[in-house]
Design a protein around this ligand. Structure first.
Ligand code: SF4
Length: 375
């Protein structure tokens, strides 16, 4: 069985309508339960719950401290390539956008890695567009081999791969996988992805599971909030994380909550997610899945990110460039989207400490021959 069966189980269900019917008393009852089921999770995403954010925040804060302490993991993305064969209408790297295309060679990768390592960061997320003939699994694996001396933890946020490709990346030193479904709404997904291999909804939906099966230490899922009704996509995101947690207990499961950002292209999101709505999703998710990692990226402005720290966030990006070659300052290329928090790593660390939390650069060690096989 795959998560597709869970999604299919809700076919025809009016999820936004069910959320509208929730009362304040339903929310209070849900908040008193020690363990929440899917119905209670949807209750916390409802309009009625929007009036009880303070009570939700107190429970979310307590659960976060209980399971993660007062710590925030830091990482930064490294864009290897912006070549792409897809036409996702919401993305600046869309194959139809007339932007300069570039791809780092081994020297460029090394320069980017050295520039990032100088900031002290130890966790790196490697990104490419979706052009497997150019930026292939072999290319990404070779990049990981080049970078693994600097970075004990390497993640990938690339095209959906086959299980043996994920296994190859693991052998090259990659230990985590981030892959967003963008939207769980199948018909909307087809409209937003008019051409290219990413059109295959099911292959993408099952990719995080293939990563778990291949042995990834951490698998991070999410939806691009704003593409569809946010309650529906937030609901399925939480359900996807819960499905993976239950089926693959050896894998750490995390969720990202990215909102649509301006980019090189004219697409406007269908539903805008305000700050209060983002906070509600974060709180509901933390209460539903107390042990789930939650990532907030530099898509969000500094002030908001700082306020979210005690509410359930466990990972933040810092010192970010979304352009290929952007860290070593050797690029003319356009970024994938505009970031909102341009602070340096040290500035983000200071902000975390001011909130009484500890910035964590590294909390794991790759053991050759056990997790990441020596190459
Ligand atoms: S979201 Fe990814 S696959 Fe889609 S156009 Fe952008 S880079 Fe390509």
């Amino acid at each position: 069985m795959s998560f597709l069966r869970v999604v299919q189980g809700y076919e025809g269900a009016d999820i936004p309508g069910a959320a509208q019917a929730v009362t304040e008393a339903d929310v209070r009852r849900a908040l008193e339960k020690p363990v929440l089921g899917p119905d209670e999770y949807l209750t916390l995403l409802s309009p009625a719950a929007a009036g009880l954010l303070e009570a939700m925040a107190q429970r979310a804060n307590a659960l976060s401290v209980q399971h993660f302490g007062r710590t925030i993991q830091l990482f930064t993305p490294l864009y290897l390539s912006n070549h792409c064969t897809n036409q996702c209408v919401y993305c600046g790297f869309n194959a139809r956008n007339d932007i300069a295309r570039t791809m780092l060679d081994e020297e460029g990768i090394l320069r980017e890695g050295e520039a990032i390592a100088a900031s002290g960061l130890k966790q790196l997320l490697l990104l490419t567009g979706d052009a497997p003939r150019r930026a292939s699994a072999e290319y990404i694996g070779q990049a990981a081999r080049t970078l693994r001396d600097f970075f004990p933890s390497l993640g990938v946020e690339v095209f959906a791969m086959r299980e043996e490709e994920y296994a190859h990346l693991l052998r090259c030193g990659v230990d985590s996988l981030t892959l967003f479904q963008e939207t769980y709404n199948r018909s909307l997904y087809a409209a937003l992805h008019p051409a290219g291999p990413k059109r295959d909804y099911t292959f993408r939906l099952d990719a995080p599971e293939r990563g778990c099966r291949a042995g990834m230490r951490l698998v991070n899922v999410g939806a691009l909030l704003g593409l569809d009704d946010w309650r529906r996509d937030a609901f399925f995101t939480g359900m996807h994380a819960r499905y993976l947690q239950k089926k693959y207990p050896q894998t750490d499961v995390a969720v990202s909550l990215p909102r649509m950002r301006p980019h090189a292209g004219a697409f406007q999101p269908a539903s805008l997610v305000g700050d209060r709505e983002l906070v509600q999703i974060l709180l509901a998710l933390r209460i539903f899945l107390p042990r789930c990692g939650i990532t907030i990226s530099t898509r969000e402005p500094a002030v908001l990110r700082d306020h979210l720290i005690p509410l359930g966030v466990t990972r933040m990006s810092a010192g970010v460039s979304t352009a290929v070659g952007g860290h070593a300052g050797e690029t003319e290329s356009v970024g994938q989207f505009e970031i909102s928090d341009p602070r340096s790593v040290e500035e983000v660390c200071d902000a975390i400490r001011r909130r009484g939390y500890q910035p964590v650069f590294k909390d794991w060690e790759p053991l050759d021959g056990v997790c990441a096989v020596a190459v």
